[in-house]
Design a protein around this ligand. Structure first.
Ligand code: NAI
Ligand code: MG
Length: 352
């Protein structure tokens, strides 16, 4: 029996609503599997915790999480209580940076029973591998002078190590999928970093001759995600480009409430973190209608991370059967509650 030790952070708003349901699904998965078990340690770190303690998590918060196999997080943020930059940087970003989670992986595909807001969806299935540690989101730069003389410098930082790491991951992933990697570039406009990005992409692609490698400029690529998403398999992108592309890919699925994501630590020194794309949705909190699919699909990515591909694939298949049968929350056009959707997923799992 393999025990997977989860550090669970429900966070704020609907995070607290969808997390217990996703955990119920994971426990059912473990029962069916027979060879895995989840042990869970829950942490109350959230905006309410901040109001009481003056910090989003304790000083030794990362230490407390560090002996888990993975962090399973829902959503953090309650702008009525705490400013977003405080809640985000005090918890999420601290974990991502502190645990060297250098890759952000987001999966987006057409889900049966959910109408995507685009015409040529054609069963698209895209995974974006986003470099998560540097690039455009660097703290290198500064501001001097003021008024008319003000100067602002914001540097983008690209290292060969991190660039190559993201690209190698993308190629390896493509080999388990449809053998296609597209690199998001902008070497026609950004004259140092992006030609470098293209060079590294070319170098790495040589090691994967069986994978079809191509590049597309980020502006055109963003449009293609909307007009012909089915042409893409794995897309590798810098931090900013990946951030934007994954909002588009989540949007073309039909609801932000279903998108899953993983922040991967690839050096094995710290746990990885799994969290859905959506936030804490203050506008629907307490109504029992939050879509649990984002959190559950994120659990599926976590199962993949631990090598449990077979049951992970079955779980996604079941999610689609449930939406296809019309058991859907209002954000995707249904009338079901968070609990209805979860119960339907669990009863199908039990039929396996
Ligand atoms: P949001 O994702 O919370 O909500 C955007 C819209 O999508 C809302 O209309 C909401 O009702 C809907 N929505 C989101 N998830 C849903 C779900 N599972 N089921 C049904 N509908 C869903 O983004 P927003 O409103 O910009 O941010 C709210 C708070 O969440 C802020 O404090 C923000 O900082 C935080 N946030 C946290 C994230 C995280 O923890 N990774 C990511 C995004 C936002
Ligand atoms: Mg974003």
């Amino acid at each position: 029996m393999k025990t997977i030790k989860l550090a669970v952070i429900p966070g704020d708003g609907i995070g607290k609503e969808v997390m217990p349901h996703a955990l119920r699904v994971l426990d059912t998965v473990a029962d069916i599997h027979g060879g895995i078990k989840f042990s869970k340690e829950e942490y109350p770190w959230s905006c309410e915790y901040y109001l009481e303690h003056g910090e989003m998590m304790p000083k030794d918060g990362l230490d407390q999480l560090s002996d888990s196999d993975a962090v399973f997080l829902s959503a953090v943020g309650n702008p009525n209580l705490v400013e977003d930059h405080i809640s985000l940087w005090g918890l999420l970003i601290k974990i991502r940076r502190g645990f060297e989670q250098s890759l952000n992986i987001r999966h987006a595909k057409q889900i049966r029973g959910i109408n995507p807001p685009i015409v040529n969806a054609n069963n698209f299935d895209i995974i974006v591998v986003r470099e998560n540690s540097e690039g455009e989101y660097s703290e290198a730069g500064g501001r001097i002078h003021s008024g008319d003389d003000e100067i602002v410098v914001q540097n983008a930082v690209f290292t060969r190590k991190a660039t190559e790491r993201a690209m190698r991951y993308a190629f390896k992933l493509a080999k388990q999928r449809r053998n296609k990697v597209t690199s998001a570039t902008k070497s026609n406009g950004i004259v140092y970093s992006m030609p470098f990005w293209d060079e590294v992409f070319k170098d790495v692609s040589i090691d994967f001759p069986e994978v079809e490698a191509s590049s597309a400029h980020i502006d055109a690529l963003s449009a293609f995600f909307v007009t012909r998403p089915a042409e893409f398999d794995v897309v590798v992108a810098s931090n900013l480009f990946g951030d934007i592309l994954t909002d588009i890919s989540a949007a073309v699925m039909g609801s932000i409430g279903i998108g899953p994501a993983a922040n991967l630590n690839v050096n094995g020194k710290f746990p990885s973190m799994f969290e859905p794309v959506h936030g804490s949705a203050p506008d629907i909190v307490g109504k029992g209608i939050a879509n649990p699919i984002g959190q559950i699909w994120t659990g599926k990515m976590m199962l993949d991370h631990f090598g449990e591909h077979e049951i992970a694939d079955k779980l996604l298949e079941i999610i689609e059967e449930v939406t296809e049968e019309g058991i859907k929350t209002p954000d995707i056009g249904g009338t079901a509650s968070t609990e209805d959707v979860t119960n339907a997923i669990i009863s199908k799992l039990k039929e396996l």
